[in-house]
Design a protein around this ligand. Sequence first.
Ligand code: TRP
Length: 446
Amino acid sequence: MSKLSHAHWSSKLTFILAATGSAVGLGNIWKFPYMVGESGGAAFVLVYLLCIALIGLPILTAEWLIGRRGQENPVNSMAELAKSAGRSKGWVMVGVSGVLGAFLILSFYSVIGGWSLSYTLSSVTGDFTGQDADAIGGLFSGMLGNPGQLLLWHSVFMLLVIGIVARGVTKGLEGAVRTLMPALGVLLVVLVGYGMTTGYFGQAVSYLFNPDWTKLTGEVVLAALGHAFFTLSLGMGIMMAYGSYLGEEVNLLKTARTVVIMDTVIALGAGLAIFPIVFANGLDLNSGPGLIFVTLPLAFGNMTGGMLLGLMFFLLLTFAALTSAISLLEPVVEFVEERTPLSRVSATLVAGVATWALGIAALLSFNVWSEVLFFGLNIFDLLDKLTSKFLLPLTGLGVIMFVAWGLDKEGVRKELGMDIYDFSLWNLITRYVAPIGVLAVFVSSL
Ligand code: TRP
């Protein structure tokens, strides 16, 4: 969010678009499918859906509520609310860990944004045309093995993000989200349609929705929980910042539901587009972060009009990644801007260059630094796991505990526009189900 003035959203639709722009990104189309593949399918998907509904939705609502009440950036909003509720100053740490997490996430997020840019180019130069699975796989591993190429595209992506955030043109992007998000939806439908022609669509559906509960380990549940946070942009104060621009008339819970549904539909759509191709070509379910880059180009290379569709798809993916990346850089910039005498542009540069530099470490872990391991993880995996499995859930836990236990109940009930019955359900979920759920997942995975 630009903090030119503490303005309010011009309309509720604009707000929904901006929040959706942050939520829908690489998490839905790149990360969700490969996590499903790594975790063995439907059991992961169902736990993920449960986490979204019981934990993600209330926390999204809670973040907006804090932001709207605090009318400030996340760190200050938390401080303000904690003070007026007579709570400890320690709650500010929830805001601070959010900023740190945003920085860590963006560093590797930008590397993948770079892959998407690189594939946008490849789709028009005919790299995919008529290729088989081996050739497409070779293309991907060729890119990973080439630090120069990765660095180039990571830098281009980061430059775009820095350029947009420095100018504070977030508002202009909302218009773009309005047209491009539906376009992405339509393209996914086309790809799901292609999946139906492969003869493996039924197998994909059953893989996604018919659980084999023996695949359910503590590790899988934690992955599902962490991803619920990641995909909804929770636990980093970003949604709090968005909420601070919200007018009183907006019904938080209903709006949260809309955003959550859109986000989930896009992730499931990506799954339905990708897995038929995986099965039809006998590809490895456990392809990790490369999954969409070794599946979708196969489809584009072997269908009529595939070049155009491929171009559109990777452009839209890049765009979805950009709108999310902007929401990740913004809080870091605000943090730097407030704590130093730097102007907005300089603060953006400092935050952006620091993120870019850490991103280089992440991209080197695919090649020259692949043997550099911490706790058995390379740098890319470390950044990913540290944020999704620790920072996001723990910060989210802080947020929900604060709203459920720290704020006055009656005020929260009125603010959410709930009657006594709905509110007792809300209370049950936010006071017990969500926090205990998060804690239980943690403990069981340790
Ligand atoms: N939700 C985005 C995605 O799915 C990523 C993202 C943007 C994010 N802002 C965030 C993740 C804040 C965690 C916290 O691609």
